[in-house]
Write a protein that binds this ligand. Structure first.
Ligand code: TYD
Ligand code: MG
Length: 451
């Protein structure tokens, strides 16, 4: 038995209330609560389940081996491939390349002889085919359909052998008969995702849901979906740059913080096996104001260039602008440089940019940012073969950070010969074999003296 029921759903955060309100109690946004009609099933009858021991289950899960796509950058982020019956949400801004990535993944799996279904709710079949032809994937036996009704999708996929992978592009275009609101609304997205998720768990097919994100990085509307799925991945990149980052922010079957790097070319997305080399290409090491950070993206070392420009400012408030760096971290670094290094920047504009559209969010980036700032202020270029990593404390001391070995190895691999870090004894035997000499910087005063 089903009966219609009205609920009031915040279109911003998905919170549900029983009556209309001008402001959402949960996210404090105004004018975002919309009435939606759902069908709730009547009182449910309870049934006794079967309890199993943990060890009984392990045998089952081992047989449910992962399906590697052969796209190693993609598999790495998933945690070495798709887990049977898992549901992954792939978020990204429109036009970033989600459909391109997924059609390539589908083709790779189909070529392994697996059944793969790609459901497009956004593009006509002709468009999907055209893209596949451009990418040279026409020979891959991917099954395509253009459906937006979830019940129809389930019926279509249920016919025939269970698919290894089903891609839904995108969840915002789907609608379920059980919900009576427009596609893209929270109720509709949730109902569609729930039905598809249930089908995936039952059939053992891995499911990928594509979700569009808004400018501030939220998966639009279906934030609720993030709680339901097993993994949330985001596909990021600057439209003006060619490379794309695939990042796992939630993963029940793997490590979060893993990233995969791709480059968008005329022939679709190509894996980048050596991202540091890509990010450092075109670097002008002789110019002042640029420092190379030996950073970490998840479990992966990555060298990124941090660029600073310090210029005398017009009277009034000096400008502080950052791209790819945290504004308050910059403010802190400037304050520490002033208090403990005597570097006065109150009459200067300060710009900080992380090259290539990357983000440098870890505290280890402090030292590289400070070095770039001081170098720009003094007009002295930094040594070309040196990398930097270390956290700056408010006391002016440089604090050691984790993953020293991995950072130094990556630096050595790319031809760097020196690493500026907090303490030389951070270096283990592993690091010494990388052929990178330590250059100890215990505090900001020493940093300034060295520059
Ligand atoms: P698309 O996968 O349609 O993005 P999304 O599904 O995330 O909205 O990719 C769109 C962009 O990718 C488009 O602007 C063109 C570019 N592109 C290439 O540069 N090379 C290619 O081979 C393909 C297929 C697309
Ligand atoms: Mg698309």
């Amino acid at each position: 038995m089903t009966k219609a029921r009205s609920i009031f759903v915040c279109q911003n955060c998905g919170a549900i209330t029983n009556r209309w309100q001008g402001r959402c109690d949960s996210c404090q946004e105004w004018n975002c609560i919309v009435e939606e009609v759902t069908e709730s099933s009547g009182p449910s009858r309870s049934k006794r389940g079967r309890l199993l021991a943990l060890e009984d289950l392990s045998a089952e899960s081992e047989s449910a081996a992962r399906i590697a796509t052969g796209f190693s950058e993609f598999d790495r982020v998933l945690g070495s491939g798709f887990v049977r019956g898992s549901v992954t949400l792939l978020g990204g801004e429109p036009g970033i390349g989600k459909s391109t990535l997924l059609i390539q993944v589908c083709a790779a799996l189909a070529r392994q002889g697996r059944r793969v279904i790609y459901i497009s709710g956004e593009e006509a079949l002709a468009q999907v085919r055209l893209r596949a032809r451009r990418l040279g994937l026409m020979d891959a036996p991917v099954e395509l359909a253009c459906i937006t009704e979830v019940e129809d999708i389930i019926a279509t996929c249920a016919a025939g052998a269970p698919a290894a992978l089903i891609v839904i592009d995108s969840i915002q275009t789907m609608q379920s008969q059980t919900a009576d609101s427009p596609p893209g609304s929270v109720v509709q997205v949730r109902a569609s995702a729930q039905a598809l998720l249930r089908f995936a768990k039952k059939s053992g097919s891995s499911l990928v849901l594509v979700g569009h994100v808004t400018k501030d990085g939220q998966v639009a509307g279906p934030r609720v979906v993030e709680h339901m799925v097993d993994a949330v991945m985001s596909f990021e990149g600057d439209a003006s740059h060619h490379f794309r980052l695939l990042r796992a922010s939630k993963n029940r079957f793997g490590a979060t913080g893993e990233i995969g790097v791709f480059e968008m070319t005329g022939l679709g997305l190509v894996e980048v096996a050596n991202p540091s080399a890509l990010f450092l290409s075109g670097r002008d090491a002789a110019a002042p104001g640029a420092a190379v950070l030996a950073g970490m993206e998840g479990q992966r070392p990555m060298l990124i260039e941090i660029q600073a420009l310090v210029a005398p400012s017009a009277p009034g408030t000096p400008r502080r602008a950052v791209v790819g760096f945290d504004q308050s971290r910059l403010a802190m670094i400037l304050a520490v440089l002033e208090a403990h290094g005597g570097v006065k920047l109150s009459l200067h504009d300060v710009y900080l940019n992380v090259a290539g559209g990357m983000r440098a969010d870890e505290p280890a980036a402090d030292l590289a940012a400070a070095a770039a700032l001081v170098s720009s202020l003094l007009g002295v270029p930094l040594p070309a073969e040196r990398v930097y990593f270390g956290e700056i404390a408010l006391s002016g001391a440089i604090r050691p950070v984790i993953h020293t070995d991995a950072r130094l190895k990556e630096a050595g691999k790319l031809g760097f010969r020196e690493a500026a870090l907090a303490r030389a004894q951070q270096m283990g035997d592993n690091s010494r074999s990388a052929g990178v000499a330590a250059c100890e910087i215990p505090n900001v005063a020493k940093l300034i003296e060295m520059v």
